[in-house]
Design a protein around this ligand. Structure first.
Ligand code: ADP
Length: 164
């Protein structure tokens, strides 16, 4: 059984992430979307909010599980008996950071293999950060995120004016 872990901040989940989950399912028996708590990154949404949003966005997806984690991805991978880390590559600009992280994770755990998938073209410019900025400045993010995420963003950004 191939267990693939797709780690990330998902602050919040976008259609780009969902596209990657669909693709990841084709190379896994079980795909675990692992939401990184990481308070150092000062996410807009709490980890519980992000997990709930991801669960709701992926409702009906068979063979997909949503969990939160903290600390090293390779440790989490071992804990859930996974062997593959899934990450997305949108543009060359993602490459340098991702390359470094993949090699570091391989060093930490030679049993961990990182696989990169490219989203559909229309999602290559989508990032959680851009979504937060668009909402903050009154733009419409329909078509970029699920409706429940759009609502949550508008609610949250009405009371917080800082995009992190
Ligand atoms: P992180 O803080 O770990 O980068 P993100 O939630 O921003 O967390 O991203 C998690 C993973 O999903 C990363 O591998 C990122 O490249 C990928 N990703 C984010 N947005 C997209 C997108 N629009 N298309 C494909 N992959 C994406």
């Amino acid at each position: 059984m191939r267990i693939v872990v797709y780690p990330g901040s998902f602050d919040p989940i976008t259609f780009g992430h969902i596209d990657l989950v669909r693709r990841g399912m084709r190379i896994s028996d079980l795909l675990i979307v692992a939401v990184l708590a990481n308070p150092n990154k000062k996410p807009l949404f709490t980890v519980d909010e992000r997990v709930a949003q991801v669960k709701s966005a992926l409702k009906g997806f068979k063979r997909v599980k949503v969990m939160s984690f903290d600390g090293l991805t390779v440790k989490f991978l071992r804990k859930v008996s996974g062997t593959v880390i899934l990450r997305g590559l949108r543009a060359v600009s993602d490459f340098e950071f991702e390359f470094q992280m993949a090699l570091m994770n391989r060093k930490l755990d030679p049993g961990a293999e990182t696989v990169y998938l490219m989203p559909a073209e229309q999602f290559t410019y989508l990032s959680s950060r851009a979504i937060k900025e668009i909402v903050q400045f009154g733009g419409d993010v329909t078509g970029f995120v699920p409706a429940h995420v759009k609502k949550a963003l508008e609610r949250k950004l009405r009371t917080t004016n800082l995009v992190r």
